[in-house]
Structure formats: structure tokens, C-alpha cells
Design a protein around this ligand. Structure first.
Ligand code: GTP
Ligand code: MG
Ligand code: ZN
Length: 311
């Protein structure tokens, strides 16, 4: 039998579920045929298109021979594996799911995901789920700023159903990576959009006020209405993947019009004289919280670069 082509729908350790025509095959990577790139945790990610051959003895099993070129990839630095990790490949869009409380609203996390998406060249929309719990004024204020700087935000509640259809419509038919902290309701939303998915959901821990990591593996799901969504495990810490320190400032949409006016074209907006971004923060044209997120990301990437230079 010849070489088949398929798309990776799910990855669990070294086993990948690959959709080939109508069927799902359980695949592993064949020998050393797939070059493992330096410092990349896994060579294959959910969403990847691959070529494979059928196992000689098990017709439902296959061997991945080659990964096709990716159009996009969303990656992060995995501290645990000390390597880059691709969260998903070939996605058109990221939906950042967040909640006003339970688990607590974390704009720092949203900013990290927005930067990762901007860096990958894909659009990102924000879904504020669990609005039935009430939205504190501080959250409303931050959400208003994301709208002001040009991100689409939709409010909904998977629990009551309010706004659920509007959120689904906002995502449209793009292949979308659903991302967010554990417990914000990613899987619940997918179930609300298509009850036949029957994804597992788990209550937020009362003691720690955070999710319990119910979803273990990322999975590309085909919804009844034709959409393709990737449900993913909750992320505790989203450290930026392959990005240069000097590029981070360009991934903040709200900085763009000011960056042009910085005295130095290589301004990292970190205390240099004549920095227009800093001036805009002082003038409240840029939200101070966004600038704080920027500084943290800058420091993190700079520290990692130093670590590597000495490794
Ligand atoms: N009050 C309220 N609770 C919700 C809502 N959506 C989901 N939940 C609850 O929040 C908890 C977490 O939901 P999940 O869908 O498992 O969250 P998740 O984001 O998939 O979490 P991980 O898989 O751990 O990353 C569950 O107890 C849900 O019932 C909502 O709109 N309002
Ligand atoms: Mg889940
Ligand atoms: Zn500057």
C-alpha cells in the first residue's frame, strides 16, 4: 500500500490520531525519518498535515513519515520540557477564553496569548465566559480597553446559554484554537455549541480557585455545523515561544502608532530617552497594564536569551 495523507486530530504522548479520509488511524512517528528540530518538544502537533504508511500487521495503525509545511503555528516555551512546544498547527484563529472570576480574571495571560497569536500572524478574539457570575468593574474596564485597541470580544455564559450562539457566530468557520486557563469553560462552550461532542468538564477547585485540568490533550474537533475547533488543555503559564526581544513591542497593537515616534528606531521602550510609548502610557493613551505586560514579556525573553548564551 502506498503513502497516505491525513491530518493530526489528537496527540497523546507519542501516539497521534490521524484522520485519513473518513477513518481515524493511530499513528506513531517512524524511526528517525522525521528530523526532530533542535529544542522542539514534539515534532508533530494537532492540526499538522502528515504523510503516513499503514502498518503491515494492523491496518488501523500507521507510521508518520513526513510532516507537511505548516501555514501557521502557535508555540510557547515549555519550562517543563525546556523546549519549544507547538500548541497547534495550521490554525486561522485563536479564541482566548477567559472568565470574570472563578478562576480569577488574568489580563496578563490574555496579553501573552494575544502576543503569541500576533506573532504567529493569526487573528485572536476574546471570549468572556461565565458572565452569569457577574462582571466586576475592573474586568469591564480591561475588556473595554481590548475592544478599544481593536480586538473582538464576545460575552457569554455556557451555563445559561446567553451569548453562546453569538460567540459561535463570531468564531465562524475558521479553524480555531480555543485557548485559556484551566476552568474558564473551554470544553463547556464546545459542548454548548455542539452537544454531541460530550467533552469532559470539571468543577473549579474551591480551595485553590483554579481549574483542575480536565482536558488532557489538545483535540481538533469537527462541529456539526461545519466548524473546526481545537479544544486544548488549560495553560497555567504561557511563556512566549520563538520570539526576539526586539520584536515583542511590535506584537502590541496599541503600541504601533507610538513606536514610530520613539526617538530611537531600536527603542525597546524600556526607559530610553524620547520613548513615545512611555509618554503614551503616562498620557493614558496606552493602558498601564498593557505596558506592564510588555515589560514582563521583555524581561522574560531577555532572561531566556541570557540563559541560552551561557548554556
Ligand atoms: N457559572 C458558570 N460556570 C461555568 C460556565 N461555563 C463553564 N462553567 C463551569 O466551569 C467549570 C470548568 O469548565 P470546563 O469546561 O471544564 O473548563 P475548561 O476551560 O475546559 O478547563 P480545562 O479542561 O481544565 O482546561 C465546570 O464546572 C463548568 O460547569 C459558565 O458560563 N458559568
Ligand atoms: Mg477542558
Ligand atoms: Zn520607545
Amino acid at each position: 500500500m502506498g503513502i497516505l495523507a491525513g491530518q493530526v486530530r489528537r496527540s497523546a504522548g507519542s501516539v497521534y490520531d490521524v484522520k485519513v479520509d473518513g477513518a481515524t488511524m493511530r499513528c506513531r512517528i517512524k524511526g528517525k525519518t522525521l528530523q526532530v528540530e533542535d529544542r522542539v518538544h514534539a515534532p508533530i502537533a494537532v492540526g499538522d498535515f502528515v504523510e503516513l504508511e499503514v502498518d503491515r500487521y494492523q491496518e488501523n495503525d500507521g507510521w508518520i513519515l513526513r510532516r507537511l509545511q505548516r501555514t501557521t503555528q502557535i508555540d510557547r516555551w515549555s519550562r517543563k520540557h525546556r523546549a519549544m512546544q507547538v500548541l497547534a498547527a495550521n490554525v486561522d484563529q485563536v479564541a482566548c477564553v477567559t472568565a470574570p472570576s472563578s478562576p480569577p480574571f488574568r489580563p496578563r495571560f490574555i496579553d501573552r496569548l494575544l502576543v503569541a497569536a500576533e506573532h504567529a500572524g493569526v487573528d485572536c478574539l476574546i471570549i468572556l465566559n461565565k458572565v452569569d457570575l457577574g462582571v466586576p468593574a475592573a474586568v469591564t474596564e480591561r475588556i473595554a480597553d481590548y475592544r478599544r485597541i481593536g480586538y473582538r470580544v464576545v460575552d457569554c455564559s455556557a451555563a445559561t446559554g446567553a451569548g453562546v450562539a453569538a460567540a459561535r457566530a463570531a468564531i465562524g468557520r475558521a479553524v480555531t484554537l480555543i485557548c485559556g486557563q484551566s476552568g474558564v469553560g473551554k470544553s463547556s462552550l464546545l459542548n454548548a455549541w455542539d452537544p454531541s461532542l460530550k467533552l469532559r468538564t470539571g468543577a473549579v477547585s474551591r480551595k485553590y480557585d483554579r481549574g483542575v485540568h480536565t482536558t488532557i490533550n489538545a483535540e481538533l474537533l469537527e462541529l456539526g455545523d461545519g466548524g473546526y475547533l481545537i479544544d486544548s488543555p488549560g495553560i497555567r503559564e504561557l511563556e512566549l515561544g520563538a520570539i526576539e526581544a526586539r520584536d515583542i513591542r511590535h506584537r502590541f497593537r496599541d503600541f504601533q502608532r507610538w513606536l514610530l515616534r520613539c526617538e530611537y528606531s531600536a527603542c525597546l521602550c524600556d526607559g530610553e530617552p524620547g520613548c513615545a510609548v512611555r509618554a503614551a502610557v503616562r498620557a493614558r493613551q496606552i493602558h498601564p497594564d498593557r505596558y506592564e505586560s510588555y515589560l514582563r514579556l521583555l524581561r522574560e525573553v531577555q532572561a531566556r536569551d541570557r540563559e541560552r548564551a551561557h548554556a
